[in-house]
Design a protein around this ligand. Structure first.
Ligand code: GLY
Length: 384
């Protein structure tokens, strides 16, 4: 069954668009691209050559002039040099304002392709075809685009909502188990900030999700995963439909990300985003508990759900000073005050601004563990 979730737009520059979840969705592309598109550039990483080429051929069969550009894998593609190469391809193929880009890949590809689309001729259409769980429930929806610089991740970018998103579940048949689990961290985040049913579903099915078997997963597991994706997309659609440019409500999507980003930075990005966010959520829960906002039971629920998925809930105790410095430099910090999204209860997110340093240190003590002897830098199992 195909499900369609509409993200409400607000202006001509940010019109409404659909996120389509289902299978065999390529026939939906012309509808999402809309009228007037003649040329399409398919952008995909090298590891998805066959999938990218299949999308390109399908577009040709549907009457488009379609080109493909192969990108480096993972974060390697999110550079100014790769973006400049894509601009060169667009220029040489005479892409006009009414032409479009289709991205096929994970979150790094949707970020880069969205950025190239945002900047070519001051903005052309982009449709995302996310191939990882993380990209389906988070990166592809909401219009955040960007590239990295030597100074940090996503420091250069733009808000550029897509013209549509196709979440083809078939892509998850071959998804690596750890990529599935890492994507589940964002699903769990969505449950804690907005949809308690997500948490119940994960609690009931954590074993099958943790041991993700792709195309060999049972029909029941596929049904559950599909519902988790739909629910997560609905929450994200509602939030970004109300606050595209993160002036207020959208900040709740950063639950667990303040410490999570700092951990990723100190691990030099050798740790999956979802693993870092998992630790960050437990930290945020401890902050709220020690600040008198959150019950012990909800904090325990964070640990038990994330543990049951095989996600980390602790981090090395000797890293606090580095993490604090990294959080203070984070681009989401406003002025000099640290900001955290915390919970008053499940589905009751709020902000905590400028918490007392002793409260921060006490919360960190609750999630600390001894550094692994003789193995500096190797802290949790969800590395690359
Ligand atoms: N990934 C958080 C957001 O889209 O705002």
């Amino acid at each position: 069954m195909t499900v369609r979730v509409t993200v409400q737009g607000s202006t001509n520059e940010a019109p409404s668009y659909d996120v389509v979840v289902g299978r065999h969705l390529l026939g939906e592309l012309p509808g999402l691209l809309g009228d007037g598109v003649r040329r399409v550039l398919v952008m995909h990483p090298a590891s998805l050559q066959a999938t990218g080429e299949a999308v390109r051929e399908d577009l040709v069969a549907q009457g488009y002039e379609a080109f493909a550009v192969e990108l480096p894998d993972a974060e390697e593609q999110k550079t100014a040099q790769v973006a400049a190469f894509c601009w060169q391809v667009l220029g040489q193929a005479d892409f006009t304002r009414s032409d479009a880009i289709v991205s096929v890949g994970g979150g790094a590809t949707t970020d880069l392709a969205g950025f190239v689309a945002a900047t070519w001729l001051r903005g052309i259409k982009v449709v995302h075809v996310p191939t990882t769980l993380l990209a389906m429930v988070d990166a592809a929806v909401g219009g955040k685009t960007g590239i990295n610089t030597a100074e940090g991740k996503n420091l250069v970018g733009a808000f550029h909502p897509p013209a549509g998103v196709l979440c083809d579940l078939a892509a998850l048949e071959t998804l690596d188990r750890w990529d599935l689990v890492a994507g589940m961290a964002e699903v769990v985040k969505t449950g804690f900030i907005a949809d308690p049913r997500i948490l119940e579903l994960v609690e009931e099915h954590a074993d099958e999700l943790r041991e993700w078997k792709g195309s060999d997963a049972s029909p029941e597991t596929w049904t559950v995963l599909t519902e988790l994706i739909e629910r997560s997309v609905r929450v994200k659609a509602r939030v970004v439909g109300e606050d595209l440019t993160e002036q207020g409500l959208r900040e709740i999507l950063n639950y667990g990300h303040t410490l999570g980003h700092a951990i990723e930075l100190t691990e030099r990005y050798q740790l999956r985003h979802g693993a870092a966010v998992a630790v960050g959520m437990v930290f945020a829960a401890e902050l709220a508990r020690l600040g008198g906002k959150l019950d012990d039971a909800v904090v325990d629920r964070h640990r038990s759900i994330l543990d049951s998925l095989g996600l980390p809930t602790t981090y090395r105790g000797d890293r606090w000073d580095k993490l604090l410095a990294a959080m203070q430099r984070d681009k989401k910090t406003r002025g000099t005050l640290l900001r955290f999204v915390v919970l008053d209860d499940v589905a009751k997110p709020t902000r905590l601004e400028g918490p007392d340093p002793t409260l921060l240190a006490a919360a960190y003590a609750e999630i600390s563990k001894e550094p692994p002897a003789g193995r500096p830098g190797v802290t949790v199992q969800l590395g690359l």
